[in-house]
Write a protein that binds this ligand. Structure first.
Ligand code: LFR
Length: 487
């Protein structure tokens, strides 16, 4: 009988427990539990409700036991950059602040006036995003930091609460912008700059390290299965890249969820001048790879539009309404920071943007959805060109994974705009990548390559080929628009 693997995958808007088993050379998935996530304004900041997330994991594990699975392994992945400060009694000192909180709005400028930007980039190869852990720690309450025994990234903290074992897993740790590419360790200069002592971060471990059993004695009020926790690629995007089929010769991926992460898997980091100027990142991947990518605002925009609309629409309904509209009625720089956490709401922000730039203002749900989808597709196509230019060869195939891979309209528009073949799926790539690392650890799968073969054998992956040649003109117009907006 196949071993039973469970992925805990928590994104900014929801979390799930996915059970995976191997049957006849295929990976079969079952969603066992799903719950909402979001931040709440508390003590002046947007904070994650971390106890609630752990409670939901335990409820999910009870369901798994009730469904007849008494022995499992478990991997945990979440979003990146955020952390929990833990005191000497092993308890958290506060609820973790979300990366979307505005406390770091000006921190890149402040910190880089003391340590030059290109110096930080050469060391770490990590893109400048104002929410990187480096800037969050820079703004952290110094008294709290002094009382902190351990700084744990979100998935490492959850693993610690469940097992009592504290580690820092590298794929997620790389997003701190404090790991040195050369040494593979935390950089002491950068730590010093933010008043952190190296020993406050527990030891670095690679994806695929066994963490230990859940200490059921701590959770006697729950009826849990026997669980061994494996430290997977704990950064959700790193798991998603593992869970990408990797079709094509010079393939790129687009992990399309709350964020859109577009890039290539590399064996050596690329932190030269072009990459620096384009703010590309070299986040660490599983098995010694690098995730050379760019963060794009992603489905966050449409998720917020959906929440704000007076009527309730599913994403499938919004996409169907969008399909009835003409694309490219307005150009929007979807990566403009005004869309990160707009105080006035997303719909208003999008409409104001169009008014200010003297373009058609989207009004109906269909118009709003088409404005978002067509501009995301334009942005992806533009980045594919930039990516190819930095790497020195054109990208021939784009593998789109994650929830966004279900949006046929965007897959097709992206294929036509970028003139590349698009392969869409699996939509649960993050959970799949999380499970594959567990299977490699348990020697049910031999390596990453075989894991990817398993994905193409197990999931229906849809192909989209370029159509509408005239879309290339749209891309040129959009590139011009972005340049004008930056000028
Ligand atoms: C995606 C993601 C991105 C990271 C952002 C913030 O869920 O993990 O990779 O840049 O969230 O943590």
């Amino acid at each position: 009988m196949s071993k039973t693997y469970v992925a805990v995958d928590i994104g900014a808007s929801s979390g799930r427990l996915m059970l995976g088993q191997l049957h006849d050379g295929k990976l079969q998935l079952q969603e066992m539990h799903r719950f909402k996530n979001g931040f709440v304004k508390e003590a002046g900041h947007d904070r994650w409700q971390i106890d609630h997330l752990i409670e939901e994991i335990l409820i999910g594990l009870e369901k798994i036991k009730r469904a007849g699975f008494s022995k499992i392994t478990l991997g945990i992945d979440t979003w990146a950059v955020d952390y929990v400060l833990v005191g000497s009694n092993g308890q958290k000192l506060q609820n973790p602040i979300s990366y979307r909180d505005n406390r770091t709005a000006n921190s890149i400028a402040k910190l880089t006036s003391e340590l030059p930007k290109d110096y930080i980039y050469k060391k770490t190869g990590i893109q400048f995003l104002d929410f990187n852990t480096l800037y969050q720690l820079f703004e952290e309450d110094k008294n709290l930091l002094a009382k902190t025994e351990k700084i744990l990234m979100i998935p490492d903290y959850i693993g610690y609460v469940l097992t009592g074992q504290a580690v820092t897993e590298v794929t997620n740790a790389s997003t701190t912008q404090m790991l040195s590419l050369r040494e593979g360790l935390f950089d002491h200069d950068l730590l010093k700059k933010v008043n952190v002592r190296p020993e406050q971060f527990p030891k670095l471990v690679d994806a695929g390290t066994v963490l230990g059993p859940i200490l059921n004695k701590w959770y006697q009020q729950y009826d849990l299965p026997e669980v061994e926790v494996i430290t997977v690629a704990t950064h959700d995007t790193a798991s998603a890249v593992v869970g990408t089929p990797g079709i094509g010769q010079h393939w790129a991926y687009l992990s399309s969820g709350t964020w859109s992460l577009l890039g290539s898997e590399l064996n050596v980091p690329e932190n030269g001048k072009k990459a620096y100027c384009q703010n590309y990142t070299n986040e660490w991947g599983a098995y010694g790879t690098y995730r050379f990518l760019k963060n794009i605002m992603g489905l966050w925009i449409i998720q917020n539009v959906q929440k704000e609309l007076p009527q309730q629409y599913s994403f499938a309904q919004l996409a169907a309404l969008a399909e009835k509209e003409e694309p490219f009625q307005q150009y929007i720089d979807v990566n403009d920071s005004r869309f990160t956490n707009p105080a006035t709401g997303m719909v208003q922000e999008l409409q104001d943007y169009c008014r200010r730039t003297q373009q058609k203002v989207p009004q109906t749900p269909g118009e709003l959805a088409m404005a978002v989808y067509s501009n995301l597709s334009l942005y992806y196509a533009n980045e594919l060109n930039i990516l190819g230019d930095i790497l020195g060869y054109p990208i021939d195939t784009l593998n789109i994974v994650g929830g966004g891979s279900n949006v046929r309209l965007m897959n097709q528009m992206t294929a036509s705009l970028a003139q590349v073949d698009v392969y869409a799926g699996p939509s649960e790539a993050t959970a799949v990548g999380n499970l594959i690392v567990q299977m490699i650890t348990k020697q049910d799968v031999s390596n990453l390559q075989q894991g990817r073969q398993l994905i193409t054998n197990s999931f229906a992956i849809k192909k989209f080929v370029p159509q509408n040649r005239n879309f290339t003109q749209q891309l040129l117009n959009y590139q011009k628009f972005l340049q004008e907006m930056k000028a």
